[in-house]
Write a protein that binds this ligand. Structure first.
Ligand code: PEP
Ligand code: MN
Length: 461
């Protein structure tokens, strides 16, 4: 009997309220409180944080444990080379942009990319949004360019450039919960209600091919998918899978109090139910730290970003700490090395982890190692560098005979001008025209789809 049926058939199997029982102690869910912690927001009154978390302790969680298990199984397929992982969305979601239009545009872009990737890879594509809860940001300095306390994500403070707005307010965790729950609710409804219909998604892609300056290059793949769909239809294939899709929710696990408050124990298994998948970043990955400890205690599939300073030995230790039972799909390692370094820095890491038999998903983040400041002062990235890092990531895995399992990108389904280049040739001068990100620069719709087509080509060759 799977965990899923077990949970569905046992309505009496209620989650244990972990804050008021011995369960928290038993599963070490509060052990992190004793460990060093990076990126701690400067709360003015910690007792207010505790009060808010007391409220969140009792709310219905945002995702269900059986969905978390389902995602873990899909990621096990990725681990074994039988599926590909596509993760994307805003660098920082904001409350004000948590609109139907914005969230659905992100979902639609991911679905469009997934169709071409599925065709290119000839395997299922697991879709994971930086959605429904991506409200906390690690920052490299305490002050912004104006000398104000830095923006840390809507979970903590506001992007508005005033001293007052930058004070960390615990009540924002309640708003983060409400916004995440609303987004997840809407996504579930639309994705099971026709939005993910393969024919419709493919028609959107055909619009892209028609309107993109690079369209000609992608015309061939578009036509091939057309023929494949016509063939399936002629054969009478009318599978449910052609009309619906699952989009799982992920966010950076930075606000440990929040994620801890949304953790529930079901039948002896602790799940963090603020999202399906949680990752920790380059700035919170210390092995003896609070973030690594908390992630090690919950059963969700998890990820860790690694920059060029991560040594092969360190990565292996991380695998042992976060996935001691070597469960496939449990742990994803996300190199974000920069396009100029990935070909040199990544091979010894992949070799070491592979030789030790540690089961991980390898997923490229081609964004965070390629950020720089344009003359205009905008934080930006070059589309060509993003593509080159993915290419380097694929080359490394080809050479080692390992599997390049996926990509993790910052994107939006809107026509913003935040990253340079692409077929639209966005220039430094054009950045200011629609630069709207609350944090890092995102690929716009066209750049995202172009990347989807390019990665599909890489997967085919
Ligand atoms: C991010 O994913 O937005 C991020 C901050 O990544 P990293 O921790 O790798 O810099
Ligand atoms: Mn980012």
């Amino acid at each position: 009997m799977t965990q899923q049926w077990h949970l569905l058939r046992n309505p009496g199997l209620v989650p244990v309220p972990v804050s008021t029982s011995d369960e928290a102690e038993k599963y070490g869910l509060d052990a992190w409180r004793d460990f060093p912690r990076d990126q701690m927001p400067p709360w003015e009154d910690y007792s207010e944080v505790e009060r808010v978390c007391g409220v969140l302790d009792g709310v219905p969680p945002i995702v269900a444990p059986y969905e978390v298990e389902q995602l873990r199984r899909h990621l096990a397929d990725v681990c074994e080379g039988k599926a590909f992982l596509l993760q994307g969305g805003d660098c920082a979601e904001t409350f004000i942009d948590n609109t139907e239009q914005h969230v659905l545009a992100t979902a639609r872009t991911l679905l469009q990319m997934a169709v071409v990737l599925t065709y290119g890879a000839s395997v299922p594509v697991v879709k994971l949004g930086r959605v429904a809860g991506q409200y906390s940001k690690p920052r490299s300095s305490m002050k912004d360019a104006l000398g104000l306390p830095v923006y840390r994500g809507d979970m903590f403070n506001s992007l508005e450039a005033t001293e007052d707005a930058r004070v960390c307010d615990p009540q924002r965790m309640i708003r983060a919960y409400a916004n995440a729950a609303a987004a997840m609710n809407m996504l579930r409804a639309y994705l099971s209600g026709g939005m993910a219909d393969l024919r419709a998604v493919h028609d959107w892609n055909k619009d892209f091919v028609r309107s993109s300056p690079a369209g000609e290059r992608y015309d061939a793949i578009g036509r091939e998918i057309d023929r494949a769909l016509a063939f399936m239809s002629a054969c009478g294939v009318h599978d449910e899978a052609l009309h619906t899709a699952s989009l799982y929710a992920s966010h950076e696990m930075l606000a440990i109090e929040y994620d801890r408050a949304l953790t529930r124990v079901y039948d002896g298994v602790p799940y963090c139910l603020s999202g399906h998948y949680l990752w920790i970043g380059e700035r919170t990955r210390r092995l003896d730290g609070a973030h690594v400890d908390f992630l090690s205690r919950v059963a969700n599939p998890i990820g860790c970003k690694i920059g060029p300073s991560a040594s092969p030995e360190w990565v292996l230790e991380l695998c042992e700490k976060l996935n001691p039972d070597n469960i496939p799909g449990r742990l994803t390692i996300v190199p974000r090395m920069g396009h100029a370094k990935v070909r040199d820095v990544l091979p010894p890491i992949v070799e070491k982890v592979t030789a030790a038999g540690a089961k991980v998903v390898w997923q490229s983040d081609p964004m965070h190692g390629n950020t720089f400041e344009a003359a205009s002062g905008h934080k930006t990235r070059r589309f060509d560098h993003v593509v080159d890092e993915v290419l380097g990531f694929f080359e490394v895995h080809r050479q080692l005979g390992t599997y390049p399992g996926g990509i993790h990108v910052e994107l939006t389904g809107e026509a913003v001008t935040e990253c340079l280049g692409g077929a639209q040739e966005i220039s430094e001068e054009a950045l200011a025209s629609r630069y709207e990100t609350a944090c890092d620069p995102r690929l716009n719709t066209q750049q995202s789809l172009e990347l989807g087509f390019l990665v599909a080509e890489m997967l085919r060759h």
